[in-house]
Design a protein around this ligand. Structure first.
Ligand code: UD1
Ligand code: MG
Length: 433
């Protein structure tokens, strides 16, 4: 049989134990929905097809996975993991080869691990292989039972396990390899005679063993690659591991992270080597930070923040969809939203771009070499020219356009001088900055 690889990611469960604000597989993990993590790991193996099985929240799932080139299958009712795999049958109807199945709630899984599981399956030549791990606290997981010779005999879900079985620490990680098409017949023979009344994919193990096949479990030593999450505590543990993986990646790449314990960076943030991230800082979305930048302490860079070479964002400064040109400084108590700032501009302490009028967001443009005085409020849309200056406490009302080199002061701000060096025009009030 040709060794085509097909992947199914199960994401139709209700996630009841999480009591979450969102369906479990859509819970955000460092800027990506949880399900996007196993999807990403599987895609690295370049499968012939990748099907995500969604349920009640399929539309939201489709939106969350937009652009990631996966197909979606729908499981009309969450009747169990075996039934969920079967729901992908139609989408894979002409497929043959190997079927890699991943639970959608395993965001720590890596492509290296999946490749190893596939290699074990190929070497073993059995119809079913899965990944197991040892956990000191196995609660919530299906336990792997073995015979005296050490051969896998079954996976028993916690709800159905005897006290002796519950004491077992080897658990099913929820990652499988099957052969197509035999898997479809196997799955259609599984019943729902268990405590939950669900069709469990795990029942395939006992069924195949009873039929005389051997089922291979690759026991993975680094449990932190395969932890699932069913409740908020497990979610927070998974989140913490992913967070440190992201930070470790940046540090390996030459980014200085002064205190990893108080730094939070989304997975799709780009940071060039030679940037320095100071403590108590959060960087979100697809923000990018160039070399020589300083961020923090206590900064919050939201979606779409772009810091060009050598710019600085400091204490209690928040940015969103804003581009700070090379050498821009926004060091203190500032909010910059939907703002473009040219090279070398200084943004004084307490500057606020009031970008939202209650209905719509508006842009602010500030030129290069400008000087925004402390406490300036810029009601957007507004423009400040190159080399312009605003006095401390100025309030620029909406649609203000400050020309290159002009000095504006007051509330509402008005022209004070036509250039910072021109003594002849405007009022006598001095801009304090
Ligand atoms: C499952 C395994 C358990 C394993 C654990 C690893 C089964 C029966 N149990 O338990 O042995 O130790 O994963 O984390 O397989 N899903 C659907 N449709 C459904 C039910 C679930 O798509 O009808 C999806 C869920 O969205 C989830 C995945 O399948 O992504 C696993 O379901 P979950 O309810 O988390 O199973 P566990 O109880 O964790
Ligand atoms: Mg689970």
């Amino acid at each position: 049989m040709a060794s085509f690889l097909h992947v199914v990611v199960l994401a139709a469960g209700e996630g009841k134990r999480l009591h979450g604000r969102l369906p479990k597989v859509l819970m955000p993990l460092w800027g990506r929905p949880a399900v996007a993590w196993p999807v990403g790991a599987a895609k690295a193996l370049k499968p012939s097809s990748l099907v995500v099985v969604g349920g009640e929240h399929s539309e939201a799932l489709e939106r969350a996975l937009e652009g990631s080139e996966v197909s979606l299958a729908r499981q009309e009712e969450p009747l169990g993991t075996g039934h969920a795999v079967l729901s992908a049958r139609e989408a894979l109807k002409d497929a043959e080869g190997e079927l890699l199945v991943l639970n959608g709630d395993c965001p720590l899984v890596t492509s290296e691990l999946l490749a190893e599981l596939l290699a074990v399956h190929r070497a073993h030549r059995g119809p079913v292989s899965f990944l197991s791990m040892h956990l000191s606290d196995p609660s919530g997981y299906g336990r792997v039972t073995r015979d005296e010779a050490g051969k896998v005999t079954a996976i028993v879900e916690e709800k159905d396990a005897t006290p002796e079985q519950r004491a077992l620490t080897e658990v099913n990680a929820g990652l499988w390899v099957f052969d197509i098409p035999s898997i479809w017949d196997d799955l259609s023979r599984i019943g729902a005679e268990n405590e939950a009344g669900e069709i469990y994919v795990t029942d395939l193990v006992e069924m195949r063993v009873a039929a005389g096949d051997s089922v291979e479990a690759l026991c993975w030593e680094r449990a932190e690659d395969v932890l699932g999450f069913n409740d908020q505590k497990q979610l927070s543990e998974v989140r913490a591991i992913l967070r440190h993986r992201i930070l470790d990646g940046h540090m390996a790449n030459g980014v200085e992270i002064v205190d990893p314990n108080s730094t939070f960076i989304d997975a799709d943030v780009t940071i060039e080597p030679g940037a320095c991230i100071l403590p108590c800082t959060m960087i979100e979305g697809r923000s990018t930070i160039a070399t020589g930048c300083h961020v923090g302490p206590f900064s919050h860079l939201r979606e779409g923040s772009v810091l060009m070479e050598g710019s600085k964002v400091g204490n209690f400064t928040e940015t969103k969809k804003s581009v700070l040109g090379p050498g821009v400084k926004a060091g203190h108590l500032t909010y910059l939203g939907d703002t473009q700032i040219g090279a070398g501009t200084n943004v004084g302490a307490g500057t606020i771009t009031a970008n939202y009028d209650g209905k719509t967001k508006h842009p602010t443009q500030i030129g290069k070499g400008a000087f925004i005085g402390s406490g300036t409020v810029i009601v957007a849309p507004a423009q400040v020219g190159d080399g312009a200056l605003t006095g401390a406490g100025s309030v620029l009302t909406a649609r203000t356009v400050i020309g290159d080199g002009e000095v504006w002061v007051g509330q509402p701000a008005r022209l004070h001088r036509s250039s910072p060096t021109d003594e002849s025009s405007g009022s006598t009030e001095e801009p304090a900055s």
